[in-house]
Design a protein around this ligand. Structure first.
Ligand code: NAP
Length: 332
């Protein structure tokens, strides 16, 4: 059936400026790392993208390797885009990245000009898009000069393949250097995409300051620690969960362990006192930084997207709540 987005889609979402750029992103963005791959039911992926857009989520995040199998999230997005979202292209911010392994041989990963441009072209083909709104270097490459990687991003913009560029998981020093190179090239760095959640706070140790100084936005991924910062694992590992589906453990070092779950049980009491779900508390907590442009969530069903967007009903924290959260997170 032809998709007609909700007329009220811009009524409740908040849009935050990304650094000192002209671009505003929704406070909640949706990523397609999992649940949009070739192994997932297309109709469920479609329902999530439709519902997200109906709720004002204008930003969808991809990477070359998302699936599984790698590349298939781009195929899925491309299919749904053509059928449902193409008339609304100018209302959407679609990002993509290259950095991780995509094809064999010396040119299939990291940060060379050869890899980044070839990967961007492959991603455009798989999605069927004419351009990406944001193109990222997915990870720093210790063996390629930063000038080469940033030069490739600049070229990707100048050649019309993307409108803006970003970097992901770069440390504070690398970020400062990348920002300088990009500024000199005339293609300022729009945004940084780091991991940030209650269990992983590395960005508080310098990166947020660099981003504020440089006028770069911040979109944090895995704000729910891949689902651990929800009620999901409190009574065991459900079959329908990322942890159960992907070898009993989560990527990026996120493990469902008893110490973390004990903290989530206590955090949930704070969430309940605020009239929120645990997931909403975790999302509001990452958004408390004035420099946080967007929380980049994942979802396996429509209700999780609705839950996340309802976070916006209560973003304010009292000092007492923040220090109670600190106390729980610091406890052993
Ligand atoms: N730049 C990078 O290097 C990088 C790395 C990783 C991710 N990312 C980006 O960040 C996006 C989000 O990452 P993520 O998926 O790890 O984020 P996340 O929001 O921390 O975790 C999402 C998962 O949490 C569970 N969940 C979400 N809402 C829930 C709710 N209300 N109640 C219970 N469970 C809930 C779902 O897991 P179930 O499937 O178990 O239901 C969902 O798939 C990715 O899609 C990708 O775009 C970027």
């Amino acid at each position: 059936m032809t998709y007609l987005p909700s007329d009220t889609r811009y009524d409740t979402m908040r849009y935050n400026r990304s650094g000192r750029s002209g671009l505003r992103l929704p406070a909640i963005s949706l990523g397609m790392w999992y649940n949009f791959g070739g192994v997932d039911p297309l109709e469920r992926s479609r329902a999530m993208l439709r519902r997200a857009f109906d709720l004002g989520i204008t930003h969808f995040d991809l990477a070359n390797n998302y699936g599984p199998p790698p590349g298939s999230a781009e195929d899925t997005f491309g299919m749904i885009f053509r059928q449902d979202l193409a008339p609304f292209r100018d209302e959407l911010i679609i990002s993509n990245k290259a950095g991780y392994l995509m094809w064999p041989g010396p040119y299939g990963e990291w940060g060379s000009r050869k890899y980044l441009i070839a990967s961007c072209d492959q991603s455009l083909k798989r999605t069927g898009l004419d351009y990406f709104d944001i193109f990222y270097s997915h990870r720093p490459d210790p063996r390629t000069p930063l000038e080469e990687t940033m030069g490739a991003l600049d070229f990707i913009v100048r050649s019309g393949r993307a409108l803006y560029v970003g970097i992901s998981t770069y440390d504070p020093d690398q970020t400062r250097q990348a920002a300088q190179i990009l500024r000199d090239l005339g293609t300022p760095c729009l945004i940084h995409q780091p991991r940030y959640n209650m269990f992983d706070r590395w960005i508080e140790d310098g990166l947020l300051d660099v981003l504020a100084d440089e006028g770069i936005g911040c979109i944090c991924f895995s704000p729910l620690a891949q689902g651990i910062l929800t009620n999901k694992y409190l009574d065991g590992v459900p079959d329908e969960s990322r942890s159960a589906k992907y070898e009993g453990h989560l990527h990026w070092g996120d493990k469902v362990n008893q110490d973390r779950l004990a903290k989530v049980r206590k955090l949930r009491e704070i969430a309940e006192a605020r009239g929120q779900t645990m997931a909403q508390l975790a999302i509001a907590w990452v958004l408390r930084h004035p420099g946080m442009t967007s929380a980049l969530i994942g979802a396996s069903r429509v209700s999780q997207i609705e839950d996340a967007v309802a976070t916006l009903d209560n973003l304010a924290f009292t000092e007492a709540e923040l220090s109670a959260i600190e106390g729980i997170l610091a406890g052993s």
